[in-house]
Design a protein around this ligand. Structure first.
Ligand code: CUA
Length: 339
């Protein structure tokens, strides 16, 4: 199931928008491409015509009969035309760009009961995404997950917009899911906002779009857009504390005894694992991918990842702890139960 969900790919093309901001950006892009494409065509056609018409042949005269074109100096009508036309084109482009900015940059509203809106704070880390779920439908949430952003889709009853607050824990990143919205930077010491809303359930892929260090290319985003009922189910699971499975108590003890807990959280009452530096592992196995979308999330890949993260993501901030095989198997056994 996880493998299938992981393997689900989708185009990241800006020409198939599935959300109002992406639609606005798509429209302005098509208009700009059409205008600049027309200018390009006109210039090339005139250039080609002049090359052929006034070609100087080896025999001396030109292909068109040996005449040079008439030489024009200081023509007022021509000067006015080539000043006014580009100015008009630029003016039109400024107007449509301004309108697009207006549509895309929406100030997030205050959460209120029954608004159907989801509010999430996104924090960019080297090289993964932290999502702090703040409010949904006016209800306070207060849990964190990473890399896979679950959102509800619009339905007949209600629009369900998603408002993201974007911050960075270290360097500049950029949140970009092309079919949902334009790029928005995550900058240290600053808060940015973006939003989207879609009626099409599915997995939307995205990518960090600002060079942020060696593993920038492996900082992938997956947005899982689900019908309201499925989203609610996911939400209530995420809000629960970590699963307690009597069968893996030894694995749990092994995990809690390692320095893993300095960076990772596993949420349950009096949990010693309270680290905030790496992804929250409370519901690790509810995610289809590992290490910011680069590996399918299974017991095998988890084992390989814990054994040597540097092999899969060289330079990442999780070191390879030299655990013995038995301890590692116990720990992965425990982590595999965190659904
Ligand atoms: Cu984060 Cu590039």
């Amino acid at each position: 199931m996880n493998i299938m969900l992981f393997a689900q790919t989708q185009d990241m093309c800006i020409f198939s928008p599935a959300s109002p901001p992406a639609e606005s950006i798509h429209n302005v892009s098509v208009l700009v491409l059409a205008i600049t494409g027309a200018i390009f065509l006109i210039v090339e056609v005139v250039l080609g015509y002049c090359l052929l018409r006034f070609w100087r042949s080896a025999a001396g005269g030109s292909a068109a009969g040996g005449k040079e074109p008439p030489q024009v100096y200081g023509s007022k009508p021509i000067e006015v035309a080539w000043t006014a036309a580009p100015a008009l084109i630029v003016f039109v482009l400024v107007l449509v760009t301004t309108r697009t900015l207006w549509e895309v940059n929406v100030d997030p509203p205050k959460p209120r009961a029954g608004d159907g809106a989801l509010f999430v704070t996104v924090i960019g880390h080297q090289w993964w995404w932290e999502y702090q779920y703040e409010y949904y439908n006016g209800k306070k949430l207060g849990f964190a997950t990473s890399n896979e952003l679950h959102v509800p889709v619009d339905d007949a009853q209600q629009r369900r917009p998603v408002y993201l607050k974007l911050k960075s824990a270290d360097v500049c990143h950029s949140f970009w899911v092309p079919r949902l919205a334009g790029k928005t930077d995550l900058l240290p010491g600053r808060t940015n906002h973006t939003w989207f809303r879609t009626a099409e359930p599915g997995v939307y892929l995205g990518q960090c779009a600002e060079y942020c260090g060696t593993q920038h290319a492996k900082m992938l985003i997956r947005v899982i857009a689900e019908p309201h009922a499925d989203f609610e189910k996911w939400l209530s699971n995420e809000q629960r504390p970590a699963v307690e499975d009597a069968a893996v108590q030894k694995g749990k003890a092994a995990f809690m005894a390692q320095s893993c807990i300095n960076c990772h959280t596993v949420r349950y009452p009096n949990s010693p694992a309270q680290g905030r530096f790496g992804p929250d592992l409370t519901h690790l196995m509810s995610r289809a991918s590992l290490a910011s979308g680069i590996l399918p999330n299974t017991s095998e890949t988890l084992h390989a990842w814990v054994a040597d993260p540097q092999k899969h993501k060289p330079g990442c901030l999780m070191p390879a702890f030299s655990l013995n095989e038995d301890d590692r198997a116990l720990m992965v056994g425990y982590l595999s139960t965190l659904r």
